[in-house]
Design a protein around this ligand. Structure first.
Ligand SMILES: Cc1cc2nc3c(=O)[nH]c(=O)nc-3n(C[C@H](O)[C@H](O)[C@H](O)COP(=O)(O)O)c2cc1C
Length: 169
């Protein structure tokens, strides 16, 4: 199984921390959207696309990339992100976080699906956020992703790997 991660992480490198865990488990290379070689994409069985969430979407460079991707048949992909929503609110009701993530991922998900990608799973967790006025109060979600978030990321990637191996049998 050959996997590639396409990552854009700039605010606090929060999403990069998650991508590094995925890369280790999946033995995947990490590249930016600008480094993609459309020809080489054919070599990969699994592609992961991730960034922070900015204005309720993935980074525009990932969305632009998805627009430019050639159409594929039956190619597996997954989507990931870190987001800056106050976790104190979300942790009271986990289903609220799931709904929030679902909405944030919808643009990238729909673009990839329209190109023929099957989205086999999605991952998101909180990330330190000092955007705009939040920097005046020292930011929110300090220390996130934390050790537990990274553990969830590892479990997520192990699960992906296992499912792909099972499907190959
Ligand atoms: C310009 C900007 C806009 C953002 N907009 C959102 C948003 O709409 N929703 C959200 O949950 N977090 C938002 N955030 C917070 C980031 O998603 C969060 O900090 C994320 O972990 C950043 O990932 P990165 O460090 O990998 O870039 C925003 C951050 C920035 C800098």
């Amino acid at each position: 199984m050959k996997s590639l991660l396409v990552l854009l992480s700039y605010h606090h490198n929060n999403t990069e921390k998650i991508a590094n865990v995925f890369a280790k488990v999946l033995h995947a290379q990490i590249i930016t959207p600008h480094q993609i070689d459309h020809e080489e994409l054919q070599e990969y069985n699994l592609l992961g696309f991730g960034s922070g969430i900015y204005s309720a979407k993935h980074h525009e460079s990932l969305l632009d990339l998805a627009d430019k991707l050639p159409t594929v048949t039956n190619k597996k992909a997954f989507i990931f992100s870190t987001c800056g929503v106050p976790m104190k609110l979300m942790e009271r009701d986990k289903s609220e976080f799931t709904k929030y993530v679902d909405k944030n991922h919808s643009s990238l998900r729909e673009k990839l699906q329209s190109k023929g990608y099957t989205i086999i799973d999605e991952f998101s967790c909180p990330g330190f956020n000092t955007n705009s006025f939040l920097k005046l109060i020292g930011g929110i979600n300090k220390g996130r992703p934390n050790a537990e978030d990274l553990k969830h990321a590892e479990e997520f990637a192990q699960n992906l790997k296992q499912n792909l191996q099972d499907n190959k049998r």
